[in-house]
Design a protein around this ligand. Structure first.
Ligand SMILES: NC(=O)C1=CN([C@@H]2O[C@H](COP(=O)(O)OP(=O)(O)OC[C@H]3O[C@@H](n4cnc5c(N)ncnc54)[C@H](O)[C@@H]3O)[C@@H](O)[C@H]2O)[C@@H](O)CC1
Ligand SMILES: Nc1ncnc2c1ncn2[C@@H]1O[C@H](COP(=O)(O)OP(=O)(O)O)[C@@H](O)[C@H]1O
Ligand SMILES: [K+]
Length: 504
C-alpha cells in the first residue's frame, strides 16, 4: 500500500499530538520523553565525539524537549550545561516538569544578556528555544542570544526546527533572528520550510525522526503537501508484465536538439531507452541523424525537413507520448512547429527548456495547454512563465496557482524538485544531490519522463516515479564517483541502476 508521506502545517501538529495522547493512549509527558529519547539516540549516532553540549531551552514544549534531552545526554555521560533566557514567560506544564527533573541532576544558568552565553571550544549547542509554536518574529533578549549563537564558531543542532524559523511562510520574518543550525532533527514530519533553498542556511542538514504519532490521525488530517521517498515509489511502480512486448511498452517521440546543440537530444534519448520505453523516435534536425544513430542506436531518427532545427513533425504516428523542448532553440520556424504540435497533438506532452521559453515569449500559446501537458521548468524558466517571486515560498504559491489555472502538471526542478498538480497539491522529491546541478541533467529527466509517459502511467504517478528515479540515478553516480565528477551523461548511463533499486 502506498504510504502517503504528508507535510503538515505547524498549526496542525498540536491536533495530531492531542489525538495521539488521547488514543494511543500516552501522557503528553511520556510522549515528550519518547521524542527526546529518539532525538538523543540519533544525535549521538551522528555526533560520535561530543566534548560537551550546551542546551538553550525556551519555555514551550520545545524547551521541554531541551530539558529532557539535557537529562538523557547527561545520563549517557555527556557533559551538559543548560541555559534559560531571563525574564521570559511561564513554562508550559511539560516544560516545567522536565525543568524540575533536570534540576535533580544539574543547574540552569540564566542568560540575562547575550554576552552571558560563553561557549567552550568544542561544545555543541542544542537549540531548544522555540519550536513549531513560533507565531511572530523573535525580538528582545532571545533575538540577541540567537545572534550570539549564530556568531559563534560552535556547532549548532536544532530540536525539531531552528528557533525563529516558521514552518511555512517566512516572508514576514527577520532573517537575523533565526538560528542557523548545522543539523535539524525534526519530529515525525518535515516542515515545508525545509524544502526551500532559502532556508538551507537555517535548517542545515535535516532528518525526520519517527516518534510514533498516531497513524489514524496522520491518515485523517488533510493536507495538500506530500513528499516522495523510495518507499512511495516502490509502492506505485508497476511491475513489468511477463508478456510485455515493445508495443505494450509504449511508443514515444522526443523532439530535441538543433544543429550544433545535439547533446540534449542524445542525453534525453539515452535516458529514455534506459527507462523502459518500447520504441523511441527522435525528431531531430536533418543534420542530426548521424549524431543520434551513432550515440543511441536504439532510437529511430525522425529527421526534420529543416537541416538545422525543429520546424514541424510531418508524420504524427500513434505515439503514446511526446516530449519537446531540449535545445530546440526559439527561432520563428520552431515557434511555428511547437504551435502546430500543440494544436494537433492532445496526448501526453512533456514541455521542457526552449518549448517553455517559447511559450513564455508567445503567451497566446498558453491557451493551447491541456490536461495532458507536463511542464518541467527550472527556476528561471518558471520565472519567465509566471513572473518573478520575492522568495521561494511565494514561488511555490505561484506554481500551484499556475498549475491550477492552466490545468497542467508542473515539475519545478531543483533540490527537492516539486510536482504541482492541477488540483493544487504539491509533492516534494527526496532524492538527488547537488552534484546534479550540471548542464544537461534536465534533458535526462525529460527522457525518463517520456519513457514513463509512453508506458501510459497516470501523470502524477509517472512524475513521482520519474523525478525520484532520476535523482536516485544521480545519487548512484555520486556514491561511486563523488558529486564533483557527476555529469548529465553519467546520470543517463546510471538510470538502469536506479530502476534496479526501485523494482520489486
Ligand atoms: N508535535 C508533537 O507531536 C510533539 C511536539 N513536541 C515539541 O513541542 C514543540 C511545540 O511546542 P509549543 O507548541 O509549546 O511551541 P514552542 O516550544 O515553540 O513554544 C511556543 C511558546 O512560545 C511563544 N512564542 C511564540 N513565538 C514567540 C516569539 N517570537 N517570541 C517569544 N515567544 C514566542 C508562544 O506564545 C508559546 O508560549 C515542538 O516544536 C516540539 O519540539 C515534542 O515534545 C514531542 C511531540
Ligand atoms: N542541488 C540539487 N539537488 C538535487 N537535484 C538537483 C540539484 N540541482 C539540480 N538538480 C536536478 O538536476 C536537473 C537540472 O535540470 P536543468 O536545470 O533543467 O538542467 P539542464 O537545462 O541543463 O538540462 C533537475 O532535474 C534538478 O532537479
Ligand atoms: K528549536
Amino acid at each position: 500500500m502506498e504510504k502517503l508521506n504528508k507535510v503538515f502545517r505547524t498549526a496542525q501538529l498540536a491536533a495530531i499530538d492531542k489525538y495521539t495522547i488521547e488514543h494511543e493512549p500516552v501522557s503528553s509527558l511520556d510522549l515528550m520523553e519518547r521524542a527526546a529519547g529518539i532525538w538523543t539516540d540519533r544525535f549521538l549516532k551522528i555526533f560520535t565525539e561530543v566534548a560537551g553540549v550546551v542546551v538553550i531551552a525556551g519555555n514551550g514544549n520545545n524547551g521541554g524537549d531541551g530539558y529532557a534531552i539535557a537529562r538523557l545526554l547527561n545520563r549517557r555521560g555527556v557533559p551538559v550545561r543548560v541555559f534559560r533566557i531571563a525574564g521570559t514567560q511561564d513554562r508550559s506544564p511539560d516544560c516545567e516538569a522536565n525543568y524540575r527533573r533536570w534540576l535533580t541532576r544539574g543547574k540552569v544558568e540564566e542568560l540575562k544578556q547575550a554576552d552571558d552565553l560563553v561557549l567552550q571550544k568544542g561544545e555543541i549547542v542544542i537549540d531548544a528555544i522555540f519550536g513549531s509554536g513560533l507565531n511572530r518574529p523573535v525580538t528582545g533578549l532571545a533575538a540577541r542570544i540567537i545572534k550570539q549563537m549564530n556568531a559563534s564558531v560552535n556547532r549548532v543542532v536544532a530540536v525539531d526546527i531552528p528557533s525563529g524559523l516558521a514552518g511555512e511562510d517566512n516572508t514576514w520574518n527577520d532573517p537575523e533572528t533565526i538560528v542557523c543550525a548545522e543539523y535539524t532533527f525534526t519530529f515525525q514530519f518535515p516542515k515545508l520550510a525545509f524544502m526551500l533553498a532559502e532556508n538551507e542556511k537555517y535548517v542545515g542538514r535535516w532528518e525526520v525522526l519517527d516518534i510514533g504519532l498516531h497513524p489514524e490521525i496522520i491518515a485523517r488530517q488533510p493536507t495538500d503537501w506530500f513528499y516522495t521517498t523510495e518507499d512511495t515509489v516502490k509502492a506505485i511502480l508497476p511491475p513489468s508484465p511477463v508478456f510485455a512486448h515493445k508495443g505494450t511498452n509504449g511508443k514515444g517521440l522526443l523532439i530535441a536538439g538543433s544543429y550544433g546543440m545535439m547533446g540534449a537530444a542524445v542525453l534525453g534519448a539515452k535516458a529514455a531507452v534506459r527507462s523502459g520505453i518500447g520504441l523511441l523516435y527522435c525528431h531531430i534536425p536533418g543534420k542530426g541523424i548521424e549524431v543520434i544513430q551513432t550515440t543511441v542506436p536504439e532510437a529511430i531518427p525522425d529527421p526534420d525537413e529543416s537541416a538545422e532545427r525543429f520546424s514541424a513533425v510531418c508524420k504524427l504516428r500513434d505515439y503514446d507520448a511526446i516530449a519537446v523542448g531540449p535545445a530546440i532553440g526559439q527561432g520563428p520556424e520552431t515557434v511555428g512547429g511547437l504551435e502546430k504540435l500543440l494544436r494537433t497533438w492532445r496526448g501526453t506532452t512533456i514541455l521542457d527548456a526552449d518549448a517553455l521559453n517559447i511559450i513564455a515569449e508567445h503567451r497566446e500559446l498558453l491557451d493551447l495547454l491541456h490536461e495532458g501537458c507536463i511542464l518541467t521548468p527550472h527556476m528561471k524558466e518558471f520565472e519567465r512563465l509566471a513572473g518573478k517571486s520575492v522568495n521561494d515560498f511565494e514561488r511555490l504559491n505561484k506554481l500551484s496557482i499556475f498549475a491550477n489555472q492552466y490545468r497542467v502538471h508542473i515539475v519545478l526542478k531543483g533540490a527537492h524538485s516539486v510536482i504541482a498538480t492541477p488540483d493544487r497539491r504539491l509533492f516534494f522529491n527526496m532524492s538527488g544531490n547537488p552534484g546534479m546541478a550540471k548542464g544537461g541533467a534536465g534533458d535526462v529527466l525529460t527522457g525518463v519522463l517520456l519513457a514513463l509517459a509512453a508506458n501510459k502511467l497516470n501523470l502524477l504517478d509517472l512524475l513521482r516515479i520519474g523525478v525520484f528515479a532520476h535523482g536516485l540515478a544521480g545519487d548512484c553516480v555520486a556514491e561511486k564517483e563523488g558529486r564533483r565528477g557527476c555529469c548529465a551523461g553519467m546520470i543517463a548511463e546510471r538510470m538502469g541502476e536506479a530502476w534496479k533499486r526501485l523494482e520489486k
